[in-house]
Design a binder for this molecule. Structure first.
Ligand code: IPD
Ligand code: CA
Ligand code: CA
Length: 262
């Protein structure tokens, strides 16, 4: 697909950060790590990757605003556009030597996500989408799965870690869903969970207590691949409230009923 100039800038930044992360991943035991909260880590690799992305994006588009996990928020001269960045989604996997983590970069324009990139360097899978132009992985067009039976479907979620208070509701949802479907996965990267729904690898995904940088790029990729996405609780906002329920169109109602009635 012939992407816009902005998309090309995003892909270039994601690849450059991916090279730095891949190098750090090979020597992960030497990385400096600190804990931001219970079970919530940040390493030198996260910070180095974010710096690379910021430099790349700011050099190409100096007037855009910025929101990123490690470096906070900055309004740009152009108040209508901002980058939303998670330099390393799946830090816990990364620090355990598990090759399932990604760079996530989204571009927001007037409150709407118009481009998104989720790059998995370990598998060399570049997921991307632009509003109205479809979703892609490397050279292939993405399409959500067509499964319409719960018992044949696989769903992904995020399980609360480090004593988080939302464990009871997650357990209720799992108790409702697990007997009714072909399996539930917890792979540890929200950005890749979304990309995998877009690719038809999972049939649906739900999670709460996320941040805009976990969701922004993947959300557009899911929607552009034909998936449906809503906030978990009716009346909330996916990016502002950090919660999502998404699936292919054929299974969405059955899946959302099961999760929401738990
Ligand atoms: C985390 C991952 C994980 C999700 C966590 C996120 P991080 O992001 O997306 O899948 O369950 O809630 O915080 O901290 O690795 O960037
Ligand atoms: Ca994240
Ligand atoms: Ca992160």
């Amino acid at each position: 697909m012939q992407g816009s100039a902005n998309l090309n800038v995003m892909i270039k930044a994601a690849r450059k950060a991916g090279r730095s992360l891949t190098k750090d991943f090979r020597e992960v035991e030497n990385l400096q790590v600190s804990m931001k909260g219970a079970g919530d880590f940040v390493s030198r690799a996260d910070i180095a990757a974010e710096k690379i992305i910021r430099e790349e994006l700011m050099e190409a588009r100096p007037t855009y605003g910025w929101l990123a996990e490690e470096g906070g928020e900055a309004e740009g001269k152009d108040p209508t556009r901002r980058w939303i960045v998670d330099p390393l989604d799946g830090t816990t996997n990364f620090l355990h030597g598990l090759p399932h983590w990604a760079v996530s970069i989204a571009l927001e324009h007037k409150g709407e996500i118009v481009a998104g990139v989720v790059f998995d360097p370990a598998k060399d899978e570049m997921f991307f989408a632009e509003k109205g132009a479809g979703a892609w992985m490397n050279e292939s067009r993405l399409r959500v799965s067509g499964r319409n039976k719960m018992i044949e479907s696989i769903f992904a979620t995020g399980l609360p870690f480090g004593g988080r208070s939302d464990l009871p509701e997650t357990l209720k949802e799992l108790a409702k869903l697990m007997p009714a479907c072909a399996g539930v996965r917890r792979w540890g990267s929200a950005a890749l969970d979304l990309a995998y729904v877009a690719a038809g690898r999972y049939d649906g995904y739900w999670e709460r207590r996320l941040n805009a940088w976990d969701l922004a790029a993947g959300l557009l990729i899911v929607r552009e691949a034909g998936g449906l996405a809503e906030p978990l609780r009716v009346g909330k906002h996916i990016l502002e409230d950090g919660e999502i329920l998404c699936a292919n169109e054929a299974i969405f109602d059955q899946f959302s009923k099961a999760v929401r009635s738990a």
